[in-house]
Design a protein around this ligand. Structure first.
Ligand SMILES: [Zn+2]
Ligand SMILES: [Zn+2]
Length: 123
């Protein structure tokens, strides 16, 4: 079974992100001991732990290209997905706004898709 998937922009075909599912003990880095899903690319990298079944079903949704399911499981992980368009866009196609702060702490980042839909792209 493939344990990684490369996602490409529906608009310009550029790389959006590479998602890799690691078993405990695989890969490198400080989280090497944990089973995890890593997103490399888009607005910063994300490592998702937590419930193994949820992590696997998120990965399987992305493998199938089922972003509706993926968005339901973890909207932040698929921040590159516009649910109004039902498409994914790379960070160059999103018009990504400045980071928003709440009382000095990072809160989230909004973006606007090429069709003008605004949503949170990073949380
Ligand atoms: Zn693009
Ligand atoms: Zn859109």
């Amino acid at each position: 079974m493939s344990n990684s998937v490369d996602l490409y922009c529906d608009r310009c075909r550029a790389s959006v992100a590479r998602i890799t599912l690691y078993d405990a003990g695989e890969g490198e880095g400080m989280w090497q001991k944990e089973k995890r899903l890593e997103r490399a690319g888009f607005i910063g990298d994300i490592i998702k732990f937590g419930h193994a079944a949820e992590t696997v079903s998120l990965f399987e949704s992305l493998l199938r290209g089922d972003y509706v399911a993926a968005d339901r499981i973890d909207p932040d992980f698929v921040g590159f997905y516009c649910d109004d368009c039902n498409k994914i866009y790379c960070k160059n196609c999103w018009d990504v706004g400045p980071p928003e702060f709440d009382e000095g702490f990072y809160d989230c980042t909004y973006g606007t898709c090429p069709e003008g839909h605004e949503q949170t792209v990073d949380d």
